[in-house]
Design a binder for this molecule. Structure first.
Ligand SMILES: *Cc1c(COP(=O)(O)O)cnc(C)c1O
Length: 399
């Protein structure tokens, strides 16, 4: 069956993904099982999505309960789960209002539209430029692609949307030089995810806030990957004691059901009146009920603290590996958003891990990324370390 499914996929599914030869069928906690019964410990978590692991009892129960009650109504009407989710997000963040959509890219689309509309409403019609970072990732729609500072992702889709400029991440002077009276917003991931798990210098986001305040530009944090406890706090910007005007969420917000959210302060959110923006599926009661249960579980059950401690343990273990293997260039990250940069291609390590029952991810060719569920155990981390120690050793021996 496994081979048949893979063969059929090659015939009927768009060729946008390079897939590993495995058909995943069930999951529980941090373990996935494929169609031939092989088990894998999951250090990918759907790319920082399943923060509470697979088949989580409480979330599953909440989804079933809501599925039996009501899946979907138009945003022409109120529903209880959507309002409760928005209230939870407002109570736990800088924000006053929430717009719901269905993905990260859509959340960033909403943020870009809101920032432009904000200055339009103020009569500053020429003020539409967004300054984003080199090596950033904000999505694959035309606007978010235009905001993404990686040429390989933009290639073939010109002309991209006008009004986006780029500066190197962590370069305060470059930002100061670029941001001016025609800048409507600065857009940044507090920790760059797809670009290679790059952390901001201690004072970088604070300086960014200051530059925005001086010029009147809005500050947008894309916390789609870093949010919902991934970095050891509910939102990564809490580490740096800096608040944005707009924040986008998606990925882990409903632990794998599709949802996106754009949060904004009252001052900025006012630019979205009736008819300014909309989404058919945005904040449907089913996904909202799931997301609300995710939010409550993360905070009320202290899962974020647990993840932060596991992240520290994980990082120490990766640093120990770095000392033992010359092919490891750097270990970096925050919480359970961790990376190990190599001076060799990561593909053989990822393949080797998979053969030994571990799913890990490689980005930018040489960077191994680890984003397991926040409930990952020390035993599971130790098991991966044994596997990596063996594989990295083998590669050093060959080199
Ligand atoms: C994944 C991601 C996105 C895009 O989210 P989609 O749901 O795939 O559209 C945007 N920004 C960041 C930082 C991401 O990690």
């Amino acid at each position: 069956m496994t081979a048949e499914i893979m063969q059929q996929a090659e015939q009927v599914i768009a060729k946008t993904y390079q897939r590993f030869p495995v058909v995943l069928e069930t999951g529980s906690g941090c373990t996935l099982v494929d169609t031939s019964g092989r088990r894998f410990i999951d250090f990918v978590a759907g790319i920082a999505v399943c923060n509470l692991g697979h088949a989580h009892e409480g979330i599953t129960r909440a989804v079933i309960r809501q599925a039996q009650a009501l899946w979907h109504v138009s945003n022409l009407y109120y529903t209880v789960p959507q309002v409760e989710l928005a209230a939870w997000l407002v109570a736990h963040s800088f924000a006053d209002r929430v717009f719901f959509c269905n993905s990260g890219a859509e959340a960033n689309e909403a943020a870009i539209k809101l920032a432009r509309k904000y200055f339009y409403d103020r009569g500053e019609k020429g003020r539409f430029t967004i300054v984003a970072m080199e090596q950033s990732f904000h999505g694959r729609t035309m606007a978010t692609l235009s905001a993404t500072g990686q040429s390989k992702i933009r290639k073939g889709f010109d002309p991209v949307l006008p009004g986006f400029e780029f500066v190197p991440f962590n370069d305060i002077q470059a930002l100061r030089d670029k941001v001016g009276s025609s800048t409507c917003a600065v857009l940044v991931e507090p920790v760059q995810g797809e670009g290679g798990v790059r952390c901001p210098d201690a004072d970088y986001l604070k300086a960014m806030r200051q530059i925005c305040d001086e010029t009147g530009a809005l500050l947008i944090f894309d916390e789609i990957q870093t949010g919902m406890g991934r970095t050891g706090r509910l939102f990564a910007h809490e580490h740096f004691k800096v608040q944005p005007d707009i924040m986008t969420l998606a990925k882990a917000l409903a632990n794998g059901l599709p949802i996106g959210a754009m949060l904004a302060s009252e001052k900025v959110a006012g630019a979205f009146g009736p008819g300014a923006h909309a989404s058919t599926f945005g904040g449907t009661p089913l996904v909202s009920a799931a997301a609300l249960e995710v939010c409550r579980t993360l905070v009320d059950n202290h899962v974020i603290e647990q993840g932060r401690k596991s992240g520290e343990y994980f990082r120490e273990k990766l640093e120990a590996l770095q000392k033992r293997h010359d092919c490891v260039v750097e270990v970096r990250g925050l919480g359970l958003l961790l990376a190990m940069e190599l001076n060799i291609a990561g593909k053989s390590i990822v393949d080797g891990c998979m053969q030994r029952g571990f799913l890990i991810n490689c980005i930018q060719e040489k960077i191994l990324r680890f984003v397991p569920p926040l409930i990952i155990s020390r035993e599971e981390i130790d098991a991966l370390m044994g596997c990596l120690d063996e594989l990295l050793g083998a590669d050093t021996a060959v080199a």
